[in-house]
Design a protein around this ligand. Structure first.
Ligand code: NAD
Ligand code: ZN
Length: 358
């Protein structure tokens, strides 16, 4: 099993290895030695696949378990579900030394993590991410949140986990679409921070081949995110590089009301747009755009998504007069190297208009 140490304000370890799910008990005993009761939060799809193995392993180490299941899907990242979790955790008799275990994708991780951050003013939690996106992105970094009617992730906290257990074997059961969504974030790391990773993905070129190297791929992504997060735990600078493709990507997600297009699809098309904006700005070499497009296509990710002009300007923050004269964008200097660029609003508006053929 591979280990990464994350030295944030509350240090913790990421354990990565096939079969690590069956080690959950031993690993939790080491990381949270004083916990007695554990509430496992999972969703309706993950439950039949991975709950029994996880719970068995935890019970064998003497933990007392309660399992709470939410319906699979983004709609569960809600205030309503949060209240249900809080109440059931207290009814189970949890105390400040007990802990929450998030077993599932980013939805479960964000929801259970926020429940842990707020219950009794904060109890420990363990992330056991089961989607590619959650293994390479959301389980590391300590951002936890729920959605509000006004938008996604609007109520949340920074709350670092006590342990992250990643079993890439769980990815075998992912639908192709969900696997591709995670690949968008993996490709993002290659674009912004690691050319070698980008080239490895290019050589693999398919899900099957990536799965042959999956432990290395997940380890590399977690290592990259760890470095960024340790430098900028509260998201005030460096961490914003991780938003590459996300500004325009957000417009695409919004255009489909978060239903027609997944986050990964939005980010993929957003990266293609951000790469082209970089070329227009004279920062990104033109051949970089083609490289990114080729790689996205290999993993069945879109290069573009229909999006009304008004939705685009709203998502990019160009509709608000009070947003200031400048807009911050992440662009590529080359593959594997991203930079922050402040752009005058009018300049960005002009470029977008050109790209829209207006
Ligand atoms: P998800 O949690 O909804 O999982 C996607 C689907 O896959 C669900 O239906 C789930 O039941 C199913 N699933 C999970 N594991 C499976 C497995 N091993 N086999 C088969 N099916 C499985 O979505 P996601 O893409 O993992 O995460 C998206 C969420 O993550 C969003 O809410 C997003 O806001 C959040 N997010 C958070 C951060 C962060 O830093 N906290 C970063 C990125 C994204
Ligand atoms: Zn993302």
């Amino acid at each position: 099993m591979k280990t990464l140490a994350v030295n944030t304000s509350r240090p913790y370890e990421i354990k990565i290895g096939r079969g690590s799910l069956d080690q959950a008990g031993v690993l939790c005993r080491q990381a949270i030695p004083n916990a007695r009761k554990l509430t496992i939060v999972t969703d309706s799809r993950v439950l039949p696949l991975y709950l029994a193995r996880t719970a068995d392993s935890l019970e064998q180490m003497g933990f007392q378990i309660q399992c709470l299941t939410v319906p699979a899907g983004e709609a569960s990242k809600s205030a309503e579900q949060l209240v249900i979790l809080w109440e059931k955790m207290m009814a189970f008799g949890m105390t400040r030394t007990d802990a929450v275990v998030a077993l599932g994708g980013g939805v479960v991780g964000d929801l259970a993590g926020f429940a842990a951050a707020t219950l009794l003013r904060g109890v420990d939690y363990v992330q056991i991410p089961t989607t590619l996106l959650s293994q390479v992105d959301s389980s590391v970094g300590g951002k936890v949140a729920i959605d509000l009617r006004a938008g996604k992730n609007l109520a949340g906290a920074f709350w670092q986990p006590s342990l992250v257990i990643i079993d890439p074997g769980c990815l075998d059961t992912l639908p192709d679409r969900t696997f591709s969504d995670g690949m968008a974030e993996v490709i993002k790391y290659g674009c912004i921070l690691d050319r070698k990773l980008f080239e490895l993905l290019n050589r693999c070129g398919s899900r099957v081949r990536v799965m042959e190297r999956i432990v290395d791929v997940v380890y590399t992504c977690c290592d990259l995110k760890r470095r960024v997060v340790v430098e900028d735990e509260r998201d005030t600078g460096l961490r914003q590089l991780l938003n590459f493709g996300h500004t325009v990507g957000h417009a695409f997600e919004l255009a489909g009301h978060y239903e027609t297009w997944t986050h990964g699809q939005g980010v993929a098309a957003g990266m293609n747009w951000a790469a082209q904006l970089g070329v227009e700005l004279g920062v990104t070499p033109p051949e970089t755009v083609e490289c990114i497009q080729e790689l996205l296509k290999k993993f069945d990710l879109p290069l573009d998504i229909p999006c009304p002009w008004e939705t685009m300007t709203e998502a990019v923050g160009l509709d608000k007069k009070n947003a200031g004269d400048h807009i911050s964008l992440i662009v590529l200097e080359k593959l594997g190297q991203a930079v922050h660029r402040k752009m005058a609003r009018d300049e960005l508006l002009g470029l977008l208009k050109c790209m829209y053929g207006r």
